[in-house]
Design a protein around this ligand. Structure first.
Ligand SMILES: [Zn+2]
Length: 77
């Protein structure tokens, strides 16, 4: 497993990302959505808001949140 570092929205924005990707915690589901990150305060960590999300497809509580960079080194296909 390759966990990303726990960064804040301020750090994320400083690195160039403007949106977040919210992944369902159930990897068999694989559902994910994109969300605008502008509404979140600078001092909030991405991991802090993960428990707030519920998958709209399978109902799994919690999420995995990652920054969406405009130039990702690896695509998900
Ligand atoms: Zn799901």
């Amino acid at each position: 497993m390759n966990h990303p570092p726990k960064i804040t929205f301020a750090q994320m924005r400083a690195s160039g990302a403007r949106e977040i990707l919210i992944y369902c915690r159930d990897h068999r589901c694989g559902h994910h959505v994109e969300s605008d990150a502008d509404g979140w305060p600078d001092d909030v960590r991405l991991s802090d808001i993960e428990p707030r999300f519920t998958c709209q497809r399978c109902g799994q509580r919690g999420a995995e949140i990652r920054p969406k960079f405009s130039e990702a080194p690896m695509g998900t296909g």
